[in-house]
Design a protein around this ligand. Sequence first.
Ligand code: F6P
Length: 374
Amino acid sequence: MSKRVGILTAGGDSPGLNAAIRGVGKSAQGHYGMQMIGFQGGFRGLMENRSTRLDGNILSGILTRGGTILGTSRDKPHRMLVDGIMQDMTETIVKNYHKNQLDVLICLGGGGTQKNALHLKQQGLNIITLPKTIDNDVARTDTTFGFDTALGIATEAIDRLHSTAHSHHRIIVVEIMGHRAGWLALGAGIAGGADVILLPEIPYDIDHVAEAIRQRVKHGKPFSIVAVAEGARSLEQAALIQAAEARRLNAIDKKEQKKAKKQLKSLEAHHSGIHTVQLSEQLELLTGLESRVTILGHVQRGGAPSAADRLLATRLGSACADLIAAETYGVMVASEGEHAVAVPLEEVAGRKKLVPLDHPWIISAKRVGTSLGD
Ligand code: F6P
């Protein structure tokens, strides 16, 4: 009997999701004769049993489209707002998996989705995941689809900001997404020739940043582009976060743990938008140059996927169909060089791939004279 394959997209949307749905769907149906059922709106769609058959023309013409034809949400199976109450909906999800007579559920998503997928695997479901996110922070895969497109968008933005920074003799602080990882800011910063790049992995010293900008002025370059990752933090902020983290780990009871978690959340809330504006104000004060802020935000997640993301998504999608045929479940389809490999979800979930401090990108950035604020 032909296999019944469920598929959903979860977490933030990302360019390349449709290419991946098409990659899995066309290979599973066309090559293996399987049936594809898409669930709408991430794990919530599976919980509410909102599904659509992915056959006929539905998979055609979507390779180049941004977003996801299935829709997405950040809902977690074990923590979902239903009727105004946060509830564990795992049981309903497991029931609906069986009700749809699925042989496997394919989950396309980033770090959070990998965790949720492992949770469902532990309930006895057959699961395969694909790594998607513009942040490139999923463990055990070389890269994730969405990253290359966002990298291109952020780089182009820095290119455009250069000419205006130059004309006005200004500092422009450009905030780049990436959650708690610096891949996107580092990659776009290097490719766009940013003068300062600030990453979550390297807490910065504001005086060093200001000095780097002043040195540029001294050398006849009275403008600077500062590419700041949304998760970047100063030395002082990093110390506060570290202390809150230690408090959470050493909490003697649930109440203390809750308090520490709340504090951590509020500290991290300052890590986008507000933090970038404050950084810009501080730099203006310390350098005497005028400074402006550009927050790229969701522009980085929008639009058509790049050629590299289409290729990656198609490659991983078709490899996923091979794994379904071989009944290799409980894994993420990872990219390793030119190959797709199956990595157990236990090795992916709950781990974040941050930029290693000795990464060639970091070394090259320093060699070409970019300040990393350290
Ligand atoms: O994970 C992708 C990402 O775009 C991060 O870079 C960013 O921190 C987050 O999602 C934004 O999430 P939302 O779209 O839910 O605001």
